[in-house]
Write a protein that binds this ligand. Sequence first.
Ligand code: TRP
Length: 493
Amino acid sequence: MSTNFTTRGGRERAIISRHNAYATPFESVTVQFCKITIKQGAAALTSQRGEFGSRFGFIMAAAGSAVGLGNIWGFPTQAASNGGAAFVVVYLLLAFLLAYPVLMAELTLGRHAHGNMIAALAKVSRNGTQRGIGTLMGIVGIFTASLILSFYAIVSGWMIGFGAAYPLDALGATETATWLSEFGLSRNLMLMLIFMTLTMAVVAGGVEKGIERWSKRLMPALIVTLILLSLYVMTLEGAGKGLAVYLVPDLSKLWSTELVFNAMGAAFFSLSLGVGTMLIYGSYVSDEEHLPSLGVQVALVDVGIAVLAGFLILPAMYVAAERGVMIFNEAGGLLSEDTLIFVVLPALFDSMNETGTVLALAFFGLMSIAALTSSISMLEVPVSFLVERFQWGRLRAAFIATAIITAMSAAIVMNFDTLFGLVITVSTRYSQPLLGLALCVYAGWVWRRDVLLKELAKNEEATASTFFMRWWPWYVRFVCPAIIVTILARSIA
Ligand code: TRP
């Protein structure tokens, strides 16, 4: 926590004096320690915290985190199998009524502390017990982010493999292409390693020169590719049927509890909540920015791309069906997730010769980009912790965190059948909502209301009376925890 204070003079003193106003004996020790580090820090400003250079950069980075495999391989088929537009509406409602308020809890806590989740929860705590639980939650968050990355990197590696297989095959390297696109131990390990290396390279570059720079390049490329692909697919035979399945609402499914729970989980995973990803990104936002509107923009981009992906995936599936590809499972539902991406769509591309190669390259390139801008945000969680807690250089922190996560990932690859599904369930079904709940409790109950309101209104006095300021603190205190407890109870039952 002390490292946060080693950087910029004015703000630290302001934070320290505010902090000191209600300091317990333990806190005043911390404060004194901070003062010492400030003196040392003046000589060595190398540990200066990163900060996003522009509003656009932050939105691209945070939306890059949010937009990932979940949006493209999960959302469209989930929507189609769960009542089409009815699901889309429920998803939109949940994204803004549940996920957005939790996103705001993370961004606000992060910017307030200018530090990682452990530092942030400790900073708003008012006694030792709260601080202890906060630290534990922060550690669970770091561990969960690492677990999520360890399975995400395997799947993302497959995207790179398929992306490379198509052009290689067209160039005559058929054997390599087959190796790259068939499930196998050495292939899974190698592709995962390539993906982890790319992730590390971006994160090691730092907040502005790594994460922000690459998000600003990759996200516009992703959006343009997605739009072009869906426009093209829409011109093909059968696309209209897919559009109808996506958009015609089946209202009978609208109030099924399963639909609501599925939509909730999707919204939570999609906005990268719970593990401190958005919290650490929020900590890199300058005090001049108006957080509630930044948060809205990130949520809009995330939801917008999920909805847009539906305009590509469902028409593509029905175009494939038109060409004889099986798109339904035994239960009669649409094939989804990995089968959709690695069986249905490749069958479609294969039926199209050269055009198929170009489409496949564009599509798997798109998936790899979506995956990379998400994985860097996961790796940033442990890396920022190592940098802030142990004052390590970024390069060293990125290397060591990557090495540990790669080892975890390799363990999953080598015990795929037992570990893969288990890790996904533990990290996304249980750990994420539990941590989301903790974040709401810290933002809504532990954090002193006046300090919270001041953080929200920073340099933005006008917001003091807005709708958000009036409702959100109350909402995150009662409504969000109630919803999350309900989901947790359901998924345990
Ligand atoms: N939101 C991303 C997706 O939709 C995945 C993601 C990135 C994530 N960072 C996260 C999920 C942190 C959970 C926690 O694919």
